[in-house]
Design a binder for this molecule. Structure first.
Ligand code: NAP
Length: 284
């Protein structure tokens, strides 16, 4: 596996404050840690303060500031308060990562309206509440926002209609806010990762060994992604290294969304043959 951690220069986020929703686990933890190591003050905002302990420990041992904030992104009043407190502590917010989400697998015919609404409330409405509040603060001086989507926002996928609808909305919000807020120097982009390893994903999306193997078999590059390599793309889009990128959705999925028929059975053996193998003769 190659190492993506050379993409950003040391100090890329020096003197900046990054607000990361769900920053205590999985992808959020990888992004928050990387930004802290690159010089940022980090606001870690989610419901469970226990989830922030690992990031707080890393901040203490590695010398970056972490503000642990209890926040349910579904509550606009809480969002307003936490954003205000973050600005009081660090002066401003330069970077927002809308990473918090909830998901589970349920066929649409068995999905209760309450379950559909719960996922939309966190993964779509919550992204709007936080973006709106932070965007109002970024209006003076600009900033960058990176939203976390998923490839099935555009392809669709069985069992996750709730999350697919939320993420499709997030991608529409990404483009709409990018166009509306460019005048304020605010860039808005999204990263759309395929299946990467996190406890949350493993518990909810591929809970059994059999399901894990099934998902793995759908990834042409032959492995799950890592939170760190997806996180590096998130950091790149949030950094000053991509000043002319806005309204973009960057896909990083190991080929998960490519047509799959060509990598099955005999064809797979041909496709995966080493380049040094003798080429087969044409049959006609
Ligand atoms: P994860 O570790 O379960 O992260 C989800 C985070 O969201 C948790 O830290 C959780 O913290 C926070 N959260 C949930 N509900 C919240 C709420 N109401 N208010 C505030 N925070 C809330 O999962 P992950 O795999 O790293 O997922 C991160 C992002 O990547 C998500 O947007 C997900 O949709 C996306 N994604 C993941 C995959 C994958 O294969 N892993 C693929 C495509 C997209 P608390 O419990 O403390 O609130």
């Amino acid at each position: 596996m190659s190492d993506a951690s050379h993409l950003l220069r040391p100090g890329s986020f020096a003197n900046k404050t990054a607000f990361v929703t769900g920053g205590g686990t999985g992808l959020g933890l990888a992004v928050a840690t990387r930004m802290g190591r690159l010089g940022a003050n980090v606001v870690c905002a989610s419901r469970s303060l226990e989830h922030h302990e690992e990031l707080l420990a890393r901040g203490t041992s590695e010398g970056f500031e972490v503000m642990s904030a209890q926040l349910d992104v579904r509550e606009p009043g809480d969002v307003k308060r936490v954003v205000r407190e973050a600005c009081e502590r660090f002066g401003r917010i330069d970077v927002l990562i809308n990473n918090a989400a909830g998901n589970f697998v349920r066929p649409a015919m068995l999905l209760a309206p309450k379950g559909f609404k719960a996922v939309i409330d966190i993964a779509l409405n919550g992204v709007f509440y936080v973006s709106r509040e932070v965007g109002r603060r970024m209006r003076e001086g600009g900033g960058t926002i990176v939203n976390i989507s998923a490839p099935y926002a555009s392809t669709g996928k069985p069992g996750v209609v709730h999350s697919a609808c939320a993420k499709a909305g997030v991608e529409a919000m990404t483009r709409s806010l990018a166009s509306e807020w460019a005048q304020f120097g605010i860039r808005v982009n999204a990263v759309s990762p395929g299946p990467f390893v996190s406890k949350g994903a493993a518990d909810r999306l591929w809970p059994s060994e059999e399901m894990e193997q099934q998902v793995l078999g759908q990834i042409p590059l032959g492995r799950f992604g890592t939170a760190e390599e997806v996180g590096e793309l998130v950091c790149l889009l949030a950094s000053d290294a991509t000043p002319w990128v806005t309204g973009a959705v960057w896909l990083a999925d190991g080929g998960w969304t490519l047509p799959q028929a060509m990598v099955e059975g005999d064809v797979a053996r041909v496709v995966r043959r080493k380049p040094t193998d003798t080429p087969s003769e044409p049959t006609t």
